[in-house]
Ligand binder design. Structure first.
Ligand SMILES: NC(=O)c1ccc[n+]([C@@H]2O[C@H](COP(=O)([O-])OP(=O)(O)OC[C@H]3O[C@@H](n4cnc5c(N)ncnc54)[C@H](OP(=O)(O)O)[C@@H]3O)[C@@H](O)[C@H]2O)c1
Length: 397
């Protein structure tokens, strides 16, 4: 652990746990939850019948909360509905299982193969609540399109005839509708079209639900024919496992999502990790040292502190040596990367990213090609080193 991390951890344990304790993940997260969160206390908060207006850094935004939609209310809201979840990938699976546990009438639409088999193994019964895609669409009143984004476009002409007046079309990504010139997905005008986009993977949607917590999510309405689209979208969002829902639009959801995952969430972070690691290795540092100073300390010590208390708190609680260096260097990284972020946003906004994703992920051999590229990352020395380093974590001993 570097001086910065040691110092942050020392500060954390001083506040939360004066006695010596092992530096396990559990101990660390228990400690983190006891640290006062000054920033959180400053959030302004007004509420009217389930709708909250919260002030985020000076801007008021509307937030909906799970507590206002207990299972009994969800069951009442959807008592006349059949919720058809199309696809049993991570997102379809997570949302469908949560809906089922909330005792809503949910069925799965899947093609035969890996997803179908997985659904059967988790208790969905062919002919009862598991059907081929066409039949599931025919039976459903709310069609929850959780096929892969490429498949949503490919199968649109099969699904569309079942989207009759009075039904609702639901997405977890604004992709298909916003890039309709490329996807061909143009919903009929006489149905509600809504979105609930959990801010995380389908696996997290399921795991947090099982822990009795809800993931954050976005909610949006594209078409409101019934006059109840917003209310039903929020209720459905809670039904699939979100805890707080933030209002957005289809367009803003898809732009920010494509941008974020290509940027800091996945693309940029891998690029930064590899660049830092490569320089350390080229300068003679061992794989374990390069990995520890690049990834392990980040994910195990500093990022949890940022998550719990903010970058400002983490900076303020590091050594003055670390503070001086970070304060001097973050602006250089900012200035170097901002043009790339501008280029990335433009590529999202003008549809380049969508067209690439559709073309690549619709190719017959798309899975094999993806797996080959993913294997390159897994084979990189840095991530192979990570496997060994993780074995040495206290909780794995
Ligand atoms: N907002 C968020 O935070 C967030 C996060 C994750 C996902 N999402 C969205 O949720 C949706 C689903 O995501 P996912 O990660 O679960 O998707 P995924 O793993 O890519 O695929 C989901 C399903 O699509 C099926 N599928 C693929 N090609 C098909 C085809 N040609 N015909 C029939 N079925 C086909 C797969 O079945 P097979 O197993 O048979 O291939 C699988 O069941 C997407 O719109 C995604 O963007 C949103």
């Amino acid at each position: 652990m570097s001086f910065a991390a040691r110092s942050a951890f020392r500060q954390l344990t001083r506040v939360a746990a004066p006695s010596a304790r092992s530096f396990s993940v559990m101990a660390r997260s228990a400690a983190i939850t006891q640290v006062p969160r000054a920033a959180a206390c400053k959030v302004a908060f007004t509420q009217t019948r389930g709708v909250k207006t919260m002030n985020f850094g000076g801007t008021d935004e509307v937030v909906y909360e799970r507590a206002d939609f207990p299972p009994s209310k969800l069951q009442e809201t959807f008592k006349n509905d059949t919720l058809t979840v199309l696809g049993y990938g991570p997102m379809g699976r997570g949302q469908a299982l949560n809906l089922r546990d909330n005792k809503l009438n949910v069925i799965i639409g899947s093609r035969k193969g890996a997803s179908w088999d997985k659904a059967v193994s988790e208790g969905w019964v062919p002919g009862k609540d598991l059907f081929e895609i066409n039949e599931a669409c025919d039976r459903g009143t709310v069609i929850m399109n959780l096929l892969s984004d490429a498949a949503q476009s490919k199968l649109w002409n099969e699904i569309k005839p079942y989207l009759t007046k009075g039904k609702t079309l639901y997405f977890s990504h604004g992709f298909s509708v916003i890039y309709s010139e490329d996807t061909g997905v143009i919903p009929p005008k006489d149905i509600d079209v809504i979105l609930v986009a959990p801010k995380g993977s389908g696996t997290t949607v399921r795991n947090l639900f099982l822990e009795g917590r809800g993931i954050n999510g976005s909610v949006a309405v594209y078409q409101d024919v019934s006059g109840k689209a917003k209310e039903r979208a929020v209720a459905l969002g809670v039904g699939v496992g979100t805890g707080y829902l933030y209002e957005t639009t289809f367009k803003k959801e898809v732009y920010s999502d494509l941008y974020g995952e290509r940027g800091v969430l996945m693309g940029a972070i891998q690029g930064l990790f590899v660049a830092q690691y490569e320089v350390l290795r080229a300068r003679g540092h061992s794989p374990s040292e390069a990995f520890n100073e690049t990834v392990e300390e980040a994910t195990q010590s500093l990022y949890p502190l940022i998550g719990a208390n903010g970058m400002d708190w983490m900076y303020a609680n590091c050594s003055t040596t670390a503070q001086r260096g970070a304060l001097d260097w973050w602006k250089k990284f900012h200035d170097a990367s901002k043009p790339i972020f501008e280029e990335l946003y433009e590529s999202v906004a003008n549809g380049t990213e969508t067209r690439r994703s559709l073309t690549k992920n619709s190719a017959p051999n798309y899975r094999a090609e993806l797996e080959a590229e993913l294997a390159e990352i897994a084979d990189h020395e840095m991530w192979r080193t990570g496997k060994s380093v993780r074995k040495l974590r206290p909780e794995n001993n």
